[in-house]
Design a protein around this ligand. Sequence first.
Ligand SMILES: Nc1nc2c(ncn2[C@@H]2O[C@H](COP(=O)(O)OP(=O)(O)OP(=O)(O)O)[C@@H](O)[C@H]2O)c(=O)[nH]1
Ligand SMILES: [Mg+2]
Length: 451
Amino acid sequence: MFDTLTSSFKSVVGKIRYKDDAAALKRALTELKKSLLKADVHHKTTKELLTKIELDTKANGIGQDSFLKALRDALTQILTTTGNQGFVYSNKSPLTTILMTGLQGSGKTTTTGKLANYLKTRNKKVLVAAADLQRLAAVEQLKQIGAQIEVDVYFEENETNPVKIALNAKKKAEAELYDVLFIDTAGRLAIDEALMDELKDVKDAVQPDEIFYVADSLTGHDATKTATTFKEKIGIDGVILSKYDGDTKGGVAISIAHQVEVPLRFVGIGEKMPDIEPFIPDRIVSRLMGAGDVEGLSEKAAAVIDEKKAKEVTKKIRKGEFNFNDFLEQLDMMKKLGSMKSILGMIPGMSGMANQLKDMDLESSGEIVRIKALISSMTPNERETPSIINPSRKKRLSRGAGLSEVQVNKILKQFKNAAKMAKKMSGKGGMKDMQKMMSQMGQGGMPNLPR
Ligand SMILES: Nc1nc2c(ncn2[C@@H]2O[C@H](COP(=O)(O)OP(=O)(O)OP(=O)(O)O)[C@@H](O)[C@H]2O)c(=O)[nH]1
Ligand SMILES: [Mg+2]
């Protein structure tokens, strides 16, 4: 997610080699300034970061360690703005009402679905209301998203007043004990007074607990400007940066909260429903420094992994009974976690690899497609007990799946090896092997990272 920034930090730190080398510090700071500005970090934020890093590094004696610590502290300070972090439930009522705002096409409706899905996987009862009556297809779009993530959608066919829809949705949500209500609104420009007034009317009527402003990362500095305008005209409690996956610069995420003085709460990193992540400053700094976000990863996993099933699978693996049905189930779980790239970026030391795997998609990767084709050609018995697959069955599978016999053999062999490996790992001493493997992989991370 932060590849460009992370690699430029690495290169900057590499500039400092000797203790108390003031000239090297200066070179490092100049390069840092250049890369921050190039990444679209706001110039005022850049200046503040540099001043703080310079003072801190000098105060602690110039060196890689003190520079890294100063960088980490300065980033944490810049990213932390007064206000809530992540998703916060109302402390006034059992229902939390969120008003979604933003410019046309910024990603409001998609983000509404993503947040609803995020909370649903955390066992919340969520309602989304379609209060965008500007665009003909808007209600239909939200209905489709709702069906996809299995979240209820509130809409009214013949109503033309978004205030009424929002109010009726809130009534329903309160009466039917929903935990969270998201109100999706029409995209609007700040200069469009009538639409801004309408948004204000919705706000005054439903009294949302929080107002989120969805900003398109790809608009660069404009994202900061428009967020500020919405803050002044309507009042916003959080910013969500959408389409961050397409933003190769990435610096907006560093400076937007600092400039708008409203916390950045979530970042959208893809078009699919699981592609959203809470923006928690400490953790983000860790990832920016190439050190991963273990907490975020385990939370993400906890939300989608069924503990009972996980235990069953572990047991099967230990006994060497892991079969193709288990494999399909695991694949499904992985899919719910989001893109491979976003997962890898959260594992310490793996951020470099994330970039290479950015296009690996669990649904469309050629490898996975072939494996799935093979599994779907198997009889239930073959899925349950892969060892019964003999040469004549292989022939049948090859025809059924449209794969060559070589390909079938390769996949079956891979699967057997993976199951063997998993069995070995889960046995005694397995954890040690795992740790050894992780530490070897971790050596690609930052040098001497202070914790
Ligand atoms: N790659 C990527 N695409 C996104 C992301 N968020 C939204 N999109 C895409 O952006 C486009 C616009 O998204 P919408 O959710 O319809 O935007 P909107 O703000 O509701 O648009 P209006 O209702 O017309 O104002 C869609 O094609 C989405 O799939 C994201 O995080 N990453
Ligand atoms: Mg919309």
